[in-house]
Design a protein around this ligand. Structure first.
Ligand SMILES: Nc1ncnc2c1ncn2[C@@H]1O[C@H](COP(=O)(O)OP(=O)(O)OP(=O)(O)O)[C@@H](O)[C@H]1O
Ligand SMILES: [Mg+2]
Length: 153
């Protein structure tokens, strides 16, 4: 049987600390070849969660939002991670210039505004849909079955 999109879970993120903890959980299960798609409106908390993942992996430097560069890559002791922000992608075809396949050969990708890439993202991505909930946020996750590991932490 294929590794279908049968993992689904909702994580309430009432404050920044909850986002930091979810980032650490995702980071601890992240492997080379993984794509994490972070979707949600402006200000939904995509960059905050990407930063939490990178910080948990030991990235000590500031993590800028790659709004204009579209991609920023990091080396960590566990794996390399490429952080994309596709908000300013001009067309889905421009994805071909951003080296996603190469990045996934050796590392993982965190992708804000994944819908801008249309069909040009791996099917087996973990999808994280962020939205406002009260003063905080919530994250609805879905993806391949192996991400069920997140629930064991
Ligand atoms: N769990 C949370 N609870 C409360 N506030 C949060 C939470 N997560 C993020 N925020 C706040 O939301 C604001 C916007 O977050 P962020 O920049 O991560 O959004 P974004 O989705 O990346 O937006 P954009 O689409 O503009 O890049 C930040 O000021 C951050 O402090
Ligand atoms: Mg952002």
């Amino acid at each position: 049987m294929s590794d279908g999109h049968i993992f689904q879970a909702v994580f309430p993120l009432p404050d920044m600390g909850a986002t930091t903890r979810l980032g650490a959980r995702i980071a601890s299960h992240l492997r080379p070849g993984d794509t994490v798609a972070l979707s949600g409106d402006l200000g939904a908390g995509k960059t905050t969660l990407a930063r939490a993942i990178l910080t948990s992996l030991g990235v000590a430097e500031n993590v800028p939002s790659p709004t204009f560069t579209l991609v920023q890559s990091y080396e960590t002791s566990k794996l390399s991670v490429s952080h994309y922000d596709l908000y300013r992608l001009k067309s889905a075809r421009e994805m071909e210039e951003l080296g996603l396949e190469e990045a996934l050969d050796t590392g993982a990708a965190l992708i804000e505004w994944p819908e801008r890439a249309e069909t040009r993202l791996p099917q087996d991505r973990l999808m994280v849909e962020l939205s406002a909930e009260g003063d905080g946020r919530r994250a609805a996750l879905s993806g391949p079955a192996r991400w069920r590991e997140l629930l064991n932490d």
